[in-house]
Write a protein that binds this ligand. Sequence first.
Ligand code: 13P
Ligand code: SF4
Length: 302
Amino acid sequence: MSNILEKIKILKKQKNAIILAHCYQPVEIDKVADYVGDSLYLSQIASRTDADIIVFAGVYFMAQTAKLLSPNKKVLLPQIEAGCRMADMLSHRQLKEFLAQHPSLPTVCYVNSTAEVKAECDICCTSSNAEKIVKSLGKSKILFVPDTYLGKWVEKQLGNVEVITYPGFCPTHLQIRPQDIENARNKYPEALILAHPECHMSVSSIADYVGSTAGIMKFVEKSKDKTFVIATEQGVTDRLKRDYPNKNIIPIKSNLICPNMKMTSLEDILHVLETEENEIFVDKDIAQRAVRCLDRMLEVSK
Ligand code: 13P
Ligand code: SF4
């Protein structure tokens, strides 16, 4: 193990590379990561870095987003097969059909989407800034793709914007049912229940806090409470257990994993650093249009 960690460290230095890791990655990836966080944080880092190579320990849309924001850098995805099942639910054609059904409305696009989809939308958002982004448009009616639950969550929070959503969802978060929350409340009455906004509304509406992966981690860090039930992917639970051994961190269910996020290994990271395989490319015309959507988001999120 220490051998592989050492090799990755040396190659990072030799090649002026950085490793970005999403909080759903296997927890051992943090041993080599320069930055660990949620989608917004990692895209902000990708837009600012001086590194020549970005190794993105995450899923395809995240590496593609890094490439859009840093077009002159080499972006490598350790496992080229690692996709996002929600992003796969909305093709360019499906988006065009959806837009045609609701003409002339501004469209907000969750970052969990392809560059082709981003290229057709007005502004991007992540789970940590979705409310702020929708509000910034100053409209009473908008379209939101592809996550119906994040879109509906934002609608509920804002109260004065009608959000018409595309019926996409995250199969990992939809495994969490309201009954799981009720069971957790009965078993751990002292616990606070923290959920990701990709959960079904019947779950997020009864949680004590709803926020992005980084939002959940920050909540635990700042809270004086001791017991937390975590309703999101296991990577967050694993990191919280590691970082707060004196707090009681309980997963809402066992094995709540995103299979794509768990594909990455340290060996894959070493392999792409050695060979520079799995480079991400985006068609120039699509990239030019898609990056506008991301730039607008970063401007509003400053
Ligand atoms: P975050 O915005 O919290 O990083 O979430 C990304 C994601 O894919 C959650 O499923
Ligand atoms: Fe996509 Fe869900 Fe995996 Fe996030 S957890 S990357 S939304 S499939």
